[in-house]
Design a protein around this ligand. Structure first.
Ligand code: ATP
Ligand code: MG
Length: 245
């Protein structure tokens, strides 16, 4: 995969922001310098997950409007020195155009090994802006029909935007729930429905959620952490297994 990655989903709440943080932390642990950009304008959240909300003075909207230098809107995370965040604006009053955002990321990306962009759910204008600078995409879905329909829609939109390097992340997976739901015979059927190659299968893991919501992800271990480590390696081109149990 290339180095500017947009994390997207058709349906909200599939785990995009969680995947952004888990992947970014794993990439940093593998000696990469990572810029995480919250492009969910009006729904800023990554500052809370990285526990830097008190420090944010400028966001990506300030950077594109010239209220600050782009680098002044980049904040170093508390827990990992090579993980940096550019926050989303609190409101959606001024939409950022795709071309302007692509230019901003183009200027910043040379300082980092990876830029990970968290996008708003759906295929609206906010998503088009988030996807504009990306060379590759991760579609995050849950293994259920409504979420998968969103995954197919977002894939179609990414292809329209000529972003063809797309991989699938199935999040919050539980074998027991999957069997009880009874919608699909097996995971192959899920992958076939999504029409996208699987790159990670992340377990439903309450410890992961607790660490994220408390802003301490990266300091502790949970089953999902191993999967994120493998995802980061796979993104870097290493041939490692999915690591789901
Ligand atoms: N693998 C997981 N195991 C357990 N809980 C998870 C997992 N992934 C995400 N969650 C939880 O699911 C909720 C939604 O996750 P998250 O905010 O990352 O989704 P999102 O796709 O970014 O949502 P939105 O579309 O609103 O931006 C959060 O409470 C998060 O902690
Ligand atoms: Mg989110």
């Amino acid at each position: 995969m290339n180095n500017v990655i947009v994390v997207a989903s058709g349906k909200g709440g599939t785990g995009k922001s969680t995947v952004c943080v888990g992947l970014s932390v794993a990439l940093v642990k593998q000696n990469n310098r990572v810029l995480l950009i919250d492009c969910d304008c009006g729904m800023r959240g990554l500052d809370l997950l990285l526990d830097v909300e008190e420090e944010i003075l400028f966001d990506c909207s300030d950077a594109v409007r010239g209220n600050c230098k782009p680098t002044e809107a980049v904040y170093r995370s508390k827990n990992l020195s090579e993980l940096y965040l550019m926050a989303a604006p609190f409101d959606t009053d001024n939409e950022i155009s795709p071309s302007v955002f692509a230019q901003l990321v183009g200027e910043l990306k040379t300082d980092y090994d990876y830029v990970i962009i968290d996008s708003p759910a759906g295929i609206g204008s906010g998503f088009s802006t988030a996807a504009a600078p990306a060379d590759s995409a991760l579609i995050v879905t849950n293994a259920e029909p409504t979420s998968l329909r969103g995954a197919v829609k977002i894939r179609r939109r990414l292809l329209e935007l000529e972003l063809e390097n797309i991989k699938l992340v199935i999040n919050r997976f539980s074998e027991e729930q999957f069997d009880r739901l009874g919608c699909y015979a097996d995971l192959d059927e899920v992958i076939d429905k999504a029409q996208t190659q699987l790159i990670a299968l992340i377990p439903n893991d309450i410890r992961l959620s607790a660490m994220m919501q408390n802003g301490v992800y990266g300091l502790n271990w949970s089953p999902a952490v191993t999967v994120f480590d493998c995802l980061a390696k796979r993104i870097s081109g290493e041939k490692v297994p999915l690591a789901y149990r």
